[in-house]
Ligand binder design. Sequence first.
Ligand code: NAP
Length: 252
Amino acid sequence: MVNHIQAGLTIFIFVVSVLSFWGSLRTVNPYGRHMQPGQRHTLPALPAWLLFEAPQLFAFALTFWLSADAPSTAAVILFALWQAHYCYRALVYPLRMRDRHKRFPLSGVVFGILFNSINGFINGYAVARAPHLMDAAWLHDPRFVVGLAVAVAGWLINFQADTILIGLRQDGSTGYKVPYGGLFRYVSSANYFGEIVLWCGWALMSFTPAGLSFAVFSTANLLPRALSHHRWYVERFPDYPRERKAIIPGLL
Ligand SMILES: NC(=O)c1ccc[n+]([C@@H]2O[C@H](COP(=O)([O-])OP(=O)(O)OC[C@H]3O[C@@H](n4cnc5c(N)ncnc54)[C@H](OP(=O)(O)O)[C@@H]3O)[C@@H](O)[C@H]2O)c1
């Protein structure tokens, strides 16, 4: 029964990814620089991020420990990576944000809570139950080893980019500046590039449909947003580096 629900929800995430990609190409998600002035029904950004990212932590952890009979080393490594990232994203990242007056749309918080609960559940269940992850040989499989290296590289790129962006407001300003350093040398959204690399790596090392669905969703969600960010920078900063791409170094 639970595995049918998990499979159905995994298909649902693929469908949401297609809809999200199509919708985001037409209308940019209205938070951060793309929030409309005077937007109604908003929450302060700090508790908003905490509220909608925390389900990734709890849904994954609860499902994993309730579903795993005797978790393998590979499954525990996947669990640890997921939890480490979401401890950072849900608990540490909101506290690092400089602008304490920033707001976030309530609709985004509600969508985030629902989506992240489902995503935490399907991935926690997949990692706890996938037969190939129970096999000790998976730890030496090239998909696991390469996926782990890619995921760690993606996380480091994302963390470095977050740090550069947060540093732009260390003087107490609340506006926008052109970011430099790290992968911003090549792309306008180095944070999104790192995030996509992270989840592609995680999908490869877990090798489950649920892992793949989150890599597809992250790409479908962040790629159009990165294109909007890039256009936004080019329109506002006449000296914006011309060789810089939107999200994929040298390509897009
Ligand atoms: N897996 C997923 O599907 C997913 C989805 C969304 C986000 N994320 C991750 O969550 C993190 C935050 O995402 P986001 O969409 O908020 O990223 P973002 O639009 O790039 O903003 C990140 C932070 O930096 C500030 N900032 C951005 N550009 C700036 C500039 N030029 N000058 C000064 N400050 C600047 C933003 O302030 P403002 O808020 O004032 O713009 C915000 O606090 C990223 O690491 C992203 O990868 C993941």
